[in-house]
Write a protein that binds this ligand. Structure first.
Ligand code: 6CS
Length: 314
């Protein structure tokens, strides 16, 4: 078996290292029968190009961010809602592992587009970086914010008063440097590894959302695999949940220290307190109704179920 596995990140970053580890485990379990070629980001186009490649079966496997399927699988935008998941990254991962709303209902929505999410996993809490201070919603007024290409993400930043622009991350460093955009959101490891802090002055520890990635396969291809191969993939996907959690945790902790100690590229780190976070939370909450009314094709049923599951864990 020769399979292609594409990721949205490059060597050293969580998604890429995940795919390499995944490929190694499959090679070992299958006694060399399964050969997975891992592609780092860039070689096969933009993130949205990669979504199309998985959908059409040009590649068999992908780590994909729901933010890039926003114009295709409406319900997948659920992950873009700020202040929805628990503040604890570990509790968030527990919900991603066990949620029926996500692992059954949302999965079916993706399968209508020939994409099967085998798992959801966090790459860590997201923070804002910016060229001017962001510690209250008013600071977002007319602020040029880079986002992934998803209507709900755009709406979320408009609710803060910002002027959001969707863009591939491949263009982000240059755009921040030139001031085409003034800020962006990402987990700390990604901010550091992509060197965004070099061209930004502030990092706000907002923990406004978790970065969720999905391990996905082309549905038709997966369904046609022999049962033992499917089982091997499922087992490996399951094992990799803890691996991914530990990897993002280590990388996020390490990069926070590195950014703090990088004197050449000094970054002012602003930690929001609960009162400050509440000011953003208030502006973000109505977006849940926007999701239910304007985005969801099932009247927000998946969101309502997920909220129940989150409450049960918290
Ligand atoms: O900001 C982005 O678009 C990128 N961020 C991460 C954490 N992974 C890949 C993604 O394309």
């Amino acid at each position: 078996y020769d399979w292609k596995f594409v990721t949205e990140e490059v060597e050293g970053q969580v998604q890429y290292e995940y795919a390499v580890e995944f490929a190694d485990r499959m090679d070992e379990k299958s006694d060399g029968q399964v050969n997975i070629e891992v592609y780092e980001f860039g070689g096969l186009g933009s993130e949205t190009d990669q979504v199309e490649q998985l959908e059409s079966g040009t590649v068999e496997m992908a780590v994909m961010s729901p933010g890039f399927t926003g114009n295709m699988v409406n319900e997948g935008q659920i992950f873009a809602l700020h202040f929805l998941f628990p503040d604890s990254v570990a509790k968030t991962q527990e919900i991603l592992n066990t949620s029926e709303a996500l692992n059954t209902d949302l999965k079916e929505q993706y399968e209508e587009h020939n994409i099967t999410p085998l798992s959801y996993w966090t790459e860590g809490a997201m923070q804002w970086t910016s060229s001017s201070e962001i510690s209250e919603p008013a600071h977002f007024e007319n602020f040029k914010m880079r986002t992934q290409d998803s209507p709900l993400i755009l709406e979320s930043y408009k609710a803060y008063g910002a002027d959001p622009t969707p863009m591939s991350w491949s263009e982000l460093y240059t755009s921040l440097d030139r001031g085409t955009v003034e800020g962006q959101e990402n987990p700390i490891f990604f901010i550091g590894d992509a060197s965004f802090h070099e061209v930004q002055d502030y990092m706000t520890i907002s923990n406004h959302n978790n970065y969720v990635a999905m391990t996905t396969v082309n549905t038709g291809w997966y369904n046609d695999l022999p049962e033992d191969m499917q089982a091997m993939l499922d087992e490996t996907t399951e094992e990799m949940q803890q691996w991914a959690f530990d990897e993002q945790n280590a990388q996020n902790e390490e990069w926070l220290e590195t950014i703090k100690n990088d004197e050449e590229n000094a970054t002012t780190i602003i930690e929001l307190d609960e009162e400050q976070r509440n000011a953003f939370r208030e502006k973000a909450e109505p977006i849940r109704d926007y999701y239910r009314e304007e985005i969801s094709t099932v009247d927000g049923a998946i969101l309502d179920k997920l909220i129940g599951e989150i409450e049960a864990v918290e």
